[in-house]
Design a protein around this ligand. Structure first.
Ligand SMILES: *Cc1c(COP(=O)(O)O)cnc(C)c1O
Length: 339
């Protein structure tokens, strides 16, 4: 029985084309800037995102940390969503390793940060306060796409208040595909952007941090300090090149499968699979905790893996087909029809 893993799009395995590219990748010592495949990946990413430069890094967590440490110094502050990855899910790295204080702001139901609340959180220039230097947005945010006009307004606020603007675009290309725009229409508003290759794009490892030449040079320095300088990393970058050149447009299939899943779940009843709210590759279900655990166990016995407690998150990706979705919907239907 095929295991259908809906826990995350990080579970995707490198496809044969990636493994083939990795096997023949030209390599050199990337700490010396001499790995031709890494250099090619970085140039490709910078071109796609419309930035001067890009840096291949080990993970999205490292990428966000590098961005924060490059924009901010000790005693500075960054504003981010209460549930933002770079605040809540990165072990407090900015504070632990960068001496940078986070200022969380509630995330609105559409995934944006209310710019009035953001403005109110910016500290006056006074020794009582940390210096607010940076605003971090996330796109997609829990599967939701930030509207382009919102990004323009965030840009204006950041400019007026002297803040840098960073995008945690772990799933940037899901947002671009959902909006049917080039990625740079989103990234043009930001000084720096982090993108994951290891999620829906299917690479085994790696993220890219993109920005100006000066920004990336400084981030490169911090990457070395954090122990993230890799040597013959072209073996990994080769997979990243396949991810960026072959796997972006197909994210639309993941979005279609997520809608199929939400509609299927709504039809079998017992679930609030709100298909209207599914914008990209994530479906969320709110269930009482004991119910959620029972569902997870029931599905696991049928070869379907899910995670989450009260709020179950189901993530579609390249290793899940529409037939798999139908199997999941069927199993959920069985669960909810139990006596
Ligand atoms: C996955 C993710 C990251 C970083 O993930 P790593 O597991 O460190 O690569 C950052 N931000 C968001 C929004 C993510 O979903």
């Amino acid at each position: 029985m095929k295991i259908i893993d809906l826990r995350s799009d990080t579970v995707t395995r490198p496809c044969p084309a990636m493994r083939a590219a990795m096997a023949v990748a030209e390599v050199g010592d990337d700490v010396y800037g001499e790995d031709p495949t890494v250099n090619r990946l970085e140039a490709l990413a910078a071109g796609m995102l419309g930035t001067e430069a890009a840096l291949f890094v080990t993970s999205g967590t490292q990428s966000n940390l590098l961005a924060i440490m490059t924009h901010c110094g000790r005693g500075d502050e960054y504003i981010a969503g209460q549930t933002a990855h770079c605040y809540r899910f990165e072990g407090g790295g900015a504070a632990v390793l960068g001496g940078v204080q986070p200022q969380p702001v509630d995330v609105e139901p559409d995934g944006t940060l209310d710019l009035v609340k953001v403005a109110a959180a910016i500290k006056p220039n006074d020794p009582h306060f940390a210096r607010t230097r940076l605003l971090c947005l996330e796109n997609t945010q829990a599967g939701r796409v930030l509207p382009l006009d919102y990004l323009a307004r965030a840009r204006t606020l950041a400019r007026e208040r002297g803040l840098a603007l960073h995008l945690d675009g772990a799933r940037l290309f899901n947002a671009a595909v959902a909006l049917d725009v080039e990625a740079r229409e989103i990234t043009d508003h930001f000084e720096s952007v982090s993108v994951c290759l290891s999620k829906g794009l299917g690479a085994p490892v790696g993220s890219l941090l993109c920005g100006s030449r000066g920004f990336v040079a400084e981030a490169r320095r911090w990457r070395k300090v954090l122990g993230g300088g890799m040597r013959q990393a072209g073996v990994l970058a080769a997979a990243g090149i396949v991810a960026l050149t072959e796997n972006v447009a197909r994210l639309a299939e993941d979005h279609a499968n997520a809608r199929r899943l939400a509609e299927g779940l709504a039809a079998v009843g017992g679930l609030d699979g709100d298909s209207v709210s599914v914008q990209t590759n994530m479906v969320f279900l709110s269930l009482p905790p004991d119910h959620a655990e029972a569902l997870a166990t029931f599905l696991c016995d049928r070869g379907v893996l899910i995670s989450g407690r009260e709020r179950i998150r189901l993530v579609t990706h390249r290793d899940v087909t529409s037939a798999d979705i139908d199997r999941v919907v069927g199993a959920c239907g069985e669960f909810f029809r139990r006596p």
